[in-house]
Each structure stands twice: as structure tokens, then as C-alpha cells.
Ligand binder design. Structure first.
Ligand code: AHM
Ligand code: MG
Length: 339
């Protein structure tokens, strides 16, 4: 028997969305295709990583002084190559580049600015575990010429579209342009992303919590109490949860988005703003969380309201089901009031 042939490709889905919004020019659509193409190239290389012996450090450190893996470099170059020549982008920012990335000379500057973390959770590569790519797209705020820092230092509320690619047991692209969150799974036999999860919404409270608990002793009292609540120590207000931690934000976030739960990377006494970067990791994921009915804060403030002042700025992150995120804020606030 021949396989079932009714499917929706990423391309067809976005085109249909555009028909619903006739003001759309198609440029954003094309940007999403460019990113999907980069994702396929990166996915192919990740699959071959063990085979072609490209594992291991490239010798360079990235701007956060972390060892850069070869696939980080490859993913970063692939994203830039897929996006920089199209005339749709005025500037880019990447977790792996210290400075704003200009568009090559001779290419017209477009109306969008793009930020990305090309390979998030890259330490997972050495152990054949999931990694991801995270992106966000903003409309430029400057009016002409090459893009400037002000085009990328915008709060998450200004995001036009954001998404991630999860390189897991299958490859998925999840994006939102504000109206709904949609997931596509790469069919490797035809090389296309096919609609697999339309209009994702996340439970208000979930069964999982994800946090690196080895940092417990360095957290504030409020954060410790909130996590104890997830252990089941505050049964009147919070049902105990199961712990799951992959160590790759995209994978942890994706599981919690689908199955329900909350991910945290709080600040601690050594790093008061935590580890994750506002522009490359937290704001895009917050945009998706909110579009799916969830929430994201730094423990107090809404992530999307934070106005960045530097490209590589970090922030604490609590993200997931709205009630679970609200619980963490409540417990932190109570602890600070009582302190
Ligand atoms: P990276 O961008 O350098 O890969 O780091 C970000 C990753 C996140 O994906 C993940 O949630 C976190 O770092 C894990 O950090 P830790 O090992 O401290 O728990
Ligand atoms: Mg990262």
C-alpha cells in the first residue's frame, strides 16, 4: 500500500498564513525558509559528527570564554551564510560572535535584524545528546544604511517571529510569528519540514521541573524554596513534580512545552544573572512560551519587557506553564518580603 500523501510542508503552511494576513510581504516567510534551510544543513552535519571525526574543540574560545566546539563554528557560519546575502536582513547577532555581524558589502540592507544561538547546548554533542538552534527576528528601528546596535538591542516585546530547531531523535522546527506556535518535523526521506504540531499550547501547570540542582547551595532562599515546592514540600500550593534535565535549553523547553512543566536557570551568588543570554536564548524562548499560553520571567520581571543594553547580556530565567512560573515569582517575592 502506498503511504498517505496528505501533508503540509513548512512552505505551504506559511503561505497559507500569509493569505490570512494580506499585509504580509513575503519577506518574513522567506527568512523562515532561509533558517529552515540552515537547519537542514546543520542537522545533516550533526548526524555525521561522530563519523567524520569533527568532534572536539576547534581551539578557539567564544566571547563568554567557553570552549567552542567545531560544530558551533560550523552552525554559526551556516546560519550567517543562509541569511546574509538575501537583502532581507540589515544586521545579525550571534552568541558566537562578540560584535554585531554586518551584512557583506554590496548586499542591500533589508528591514529585519536577526539574532541567533547557532548551536545551543553544544557540550551535548560529545555524548550524542540533543542540541538546538534558537532564533529571533526583529524589524529594524534605524531607517537606512547598515544595521546598527539599536536594531538588535530591542526588548522581546518587539520580536516579529522567533523559534528554535531541536536536533533530537528527530529534527523539529518550532516557530511563532505571534499568532500560535507551530511545530514541523523534518522528514529525512524527502528533506522537508512537515507540519506535525499545529497551534501548540502548553499546560498552565505541568509534571516536570528542569533545573541544574548542583547549584542549589548558591541560590537565593526564594529560589531554594520554590524548588522545594516542586519537590512536593509545599503541597497546599504546589503539587510535587518530576525532575528532568537534559542540559540543552531547547530540549528541556520543548519537552516542557509539550508535556507541561517549568525550566529554570536562576542567578546565584557567583552569577547573579545566571548563565543564559537574554537576546540569544531567553527572549526568543519567552516569546514562544507566551504565544503558547505560558510565561517567562527572571523571577520578578517579564523577560519580554527587559530592554537589553548589551549584545551578550545574561538574565535569570523561569519559563514554562503560567501557573508554575507564577508560583516561582510568588515564593521569591514572599521570601524577599520576609527577609
Ligand atoms: P551554551 O549556549 O554555551 O551551549 O549554554 C547554554 C546551555 C543551555 O542550553 C542549557 O540549558 C544550559 O547551558 C546548561 O547549563 P548547565 O550545564 O550550567 O546546567
Ligand atoms: Mg546557548
Amino acid at each position: 500500500m502506498l503511504p498517505h500523501t496528505q501533508f503540509t510542508t513548512l512552505e505551504r503552511f506559511i503561505l497559507n498564513q500569509e493569505r490570512i494576513h494580506p499585509e504580509a510581504t513575503g519577506e518574513l516567510t522567506n527568512l523562515l525558509y532561509d533558517i529552515a534551510l540552515a537547519a537542514k544543513v546543520i542537522a545533516a552535519q550533526i548526524r555525521r559528527a561522530g563519523l567524520v571525526n569533527i568532534l572536539g574543540a576547534a581551539g578557539a574560545m567564544n566571547v563568554q570564554d567557553e570552549e567552542q566546539q567545531k560544530l558551533d563554528v560550523f552552525a554559526n557560519e551556516t546560519m550567517k551564510d543562509a541569511l546574509n546575502h538575501t537583502g532581507r536582513v540589515c544586521a545579525m547577532g550571534s552568541e558566537e560572535d562578540e560584535q554585531l555581524i554586518p551584512i557583506p558589502e554590496g548586499v542591500p540592507a533589508g528591514k529585519y535584524a536577526i539574532l541567533f544561538d547557532p548551536l545551543d547546548g553544544s557540550s551535548n554533542i560529545d555524548v550524542n545528546a540533543s542540541v538546538g538552534t534558537i532564533f529571533s527576528i526583529y524589524k529594524r528601528v534605524t531607517t537606512s544604511g547598515p544595521g546598527q546596535l539599536s536594531d538588535v538591542l530591542q526588548p522581546g516585546t518587539a520580536i516579529v517571529a522567533a523559534g528554535y530547531i531541536l536536533y533530537g531523535s528527530s529534527v523539529m522546527m518550532v516557530y511563532s510569528a505571534g499568532k500560535g506556535v507551530h511545530g514541523f518535523t523534518l522528514d529525512p526521506t524527502i528533506g522537508e519540514f512537515l507540519l506535525s504540531h499545529e497551534n501548540l499550547s502548553t499546560p498552565r501547570t505541568g509534571k516536570y521541573y528542569s533545573v541544574n540542582e548542583s547549584n542549589f547551595g548558591r541560590w537565593s532562599k526564594g529560589v531554594q524554596l520554590a524548588v522545594r515546592g516542586f519537590h512536593g514540600d509545599d503541597p497546599d500550593r504546589m503539587k510535587g513534580k518530576n525532575s528532568r534535565y537534559v542540559g540543552a535549553l531547547v530540549a528541556d523547553f520543548h519537552r516542557n512545552l509539550i508535556a507541561g512543566g517549568v525550566f529554570m536557570y536562576p542567578g546565584d551568588i557567583k552569577n547573579p544573572k545566571g548563565k543564559l543570554r537574554l537576546l540569544y536564548e531567553c527572549a526568543p524562548m519567552a516569546f514562544i512560551a507566551e504565544a503558547a499560553g505560558g510565561a517567562a520571567t527572571d523571577g520578578r520581571r517579564r523577560i519580554l519587557d527587559i530592554v537589553p543594553t548589551a549584545l551578550h547580556e545574561r538574565t535569570a530565567l523561569v519559563i514554562g506553564g503560567a501557573d508554575d512560573v507564577g508560583y516561582v515569582s510568588m515564593v521569591i517575592a514572599e521570601s524577599e518580603d520576609g527577609a
